[in-house]
Design a protein around this ligand. Sequence first.
Ligand code: TMP
Ligand code: ASP
Length: 259
Amino acid sequence: MSRRRMIYEGKAKILYEGPEPGTLIQYFKDDATAFNAQKRGTISGKGVLNNRISEHIFTLLGTIGIPTHFLRRLNMREQLIRQVEIVPIEVVVRNVAAGSLSTRLGIEEGTQLPRTIIEYYYKDDALGDPMIADEHIACFGWASQEEMNDIADMAIRINDFLCGLFAGIGVRLVDFKLEFGRLWENEYSRVILADEISPDGCRLWDMSSGEKLDKDRFRRDLGGEAEAYQEVARRLGLLKEGEANMVLDLDSHRKMRGK
Ligand code: TMP
Ligand code: ASP
C-alpha cells in the first residue's frame, strides 16, 4: 500500500491528501489534549466515536441548508472532506455559563444565559488562542465583514438546531466550538462549516443528572471519558446493537467506581 501524503497533523486529527483534487481525508485520533496541549492523554475509541458523531451532525446540518466540508465517511476513523482554507477564528457559542466564561466573569457554572453568546478566539497555539473582538478580526483582516455575517448567521442556526437535537436525547447543549473554512471557486470564495462537531468541542450535560458527557471529563480528571462519548453516540442512535451492548451503563459504571 502506498503511503498517503500527510497535509497537516493537529492535536486530535490528521489531514491526508484526498483521492481527488480539492478533497482531503480527515483521520480522527484517540489523542486528547487540554489547556493548549499542556495536558495530554488518550481516550480509547474516541477517534472512532467522534468520526461517527461528527458525520451524523454534519449530515443533519447539511439537510437544513448549512454548507459543510463533509463529503462522506470512509471507514471507522476517516472521512472524506472538501479542502478549505481554514478561517483562523474559533467560534464559541454559549447557552449556559461554564468553563472560561465562568472563570473569567465569575458566573456560576450551570447558570442559564438570558441570551446566546457568540465569542471569537484567534486560532494560534503559540498565543494560546486568545479571545478577540470583531474589531481585531476586521483590523487584521482574518475574515471580511461579509464572511463574519455568514459565520454568525450559521452559528446561530447551528445552535438552534443542535439544542433541539440534543434536547431530544436528554442532553443540555451548554456550549460548543465551531470552525469555518473558505471554499474557493475561481476568484470567489464562500465560508462553509469545517473541522468537527463532537464531545471534544462541546459541553454536553445529561438533562436530569447534570452528568458531563464531554471532554471536560478528561480536562477535569473526572474519569469515564470513553463511556461518556459512547453514551452520546448511543443516544444519537449511532451504535449498532452489538456495539450498544458493549457500552457500559453509566449508572452501573458509577456504582462500580463507588460514586
Ligand atoms: P471554554 O469554556 O474553555 O472557553 O470552552 C468553550 C467551548 O469550546 C467548550 O465546549 C470547549 C470548546 N473548546 C474547544 O473545542 N477547543 C478549545 O481549545 C477550547 C479552549 C474550548
Ligand atoms: N484542545 C485544546 C488544546 O489542547 C483545548 C481544549 O479542548 O480544552 O489545546
